[in-house]
Ligand binder design. Structure first.
Ligand SMILES: Cc1cc2nc3c(=O)[nH]c(=O)nc-3n(C[C@H](O)[C@H](O)[C@H](O)COP(=O)(O)O)c2cc1C
Length: 171
């Protein structure tokens, strides 16, 4: 599959089967994410694999968006490791860094026959407490990952794309 085909084939999967991901396959997908660029190469992100009953129960306590996936990834960043702009107050890189890593993993997962969904609809601070994350660590997104169920399909919203000229402009 070339990149364009791969990119088009990805959609937000909201129905996963019971089939668990082999550890080796998951590790190979995650390793690809570690190649992604981060500001000043600080690599402030962390990825947590949530697949025990206990961890998945915690995920279910903070979101309705697990979609029955047996594995959920949590992407965070450490506030004391992110790049801080010396030019503008409040401009930092942590969310961007974690998001580039997550996007890379999302596409690599698709290539590996896995589906994913980017989830921001969760009680962020509650999850941080439930998982005993350090004060300096911030949650960015949850990502259910696994094999799509037989009934999984893209939502109608997947096809609603604005026109190129509305989104891309020369100034
Ligand atoms: C930042 C971000 C947050 C999102 N949060 C959620 C979410 O909490 N729950 C969910 O089901 N989908 C979520 N999505 C998926 C979007 O709804 C989806 O990407 C969009 O509707 C386009 O559909 P597609 O991914 O199938 O192309 C999120 C996507 C992004 C990029």
């Amino acid at each position: 599959m070339d990149f364009s085909e791969l990119n088009k084939s990805r959609y937000s999967c909201r129905s996963f089967s019971d089939r668990k991901i082999d550890d080796e396959l998951l590790n190979s997908v995650l390793k690809e994410g570690l190649i992604a660029p981060t500001a000043k190469n600080n690599q402030p992100f962390r990825i947590y694999i949530l697949d025990s009953d206990e961890a998945l129960k915690k995920v279910d306590e903070v979101t309705s968006c697990r979609y029955k996936a047996k594995t959920v990834l949590l992407f965070t960043y450490k506030k004391d490791e992110e790049w801080v702009s010396p030019l503008d107050e409040g401009i930092t890189s942590g969310i961007q860094d974690a998001s580039i890593v997550a996007t890379t993993i999302m596409l690599k997962a698709k290539e590996a026959g896995l589906d994913t969904c980017w989830v921001c609809y969760f009680e962020n601070r509650k999850l941080k407490k439930l998982l005993n994350l350090e004060e300096s660590e911030e949650c960015v997104l949850l990502m259910p990952i696994g094999y799509a169920s037989a009934s999984a399909s893209p939502s109608p919203r997947h096809y609603e794309k604005r026109d190129y000229n509305e989104l891309v402009k020369k100034l």
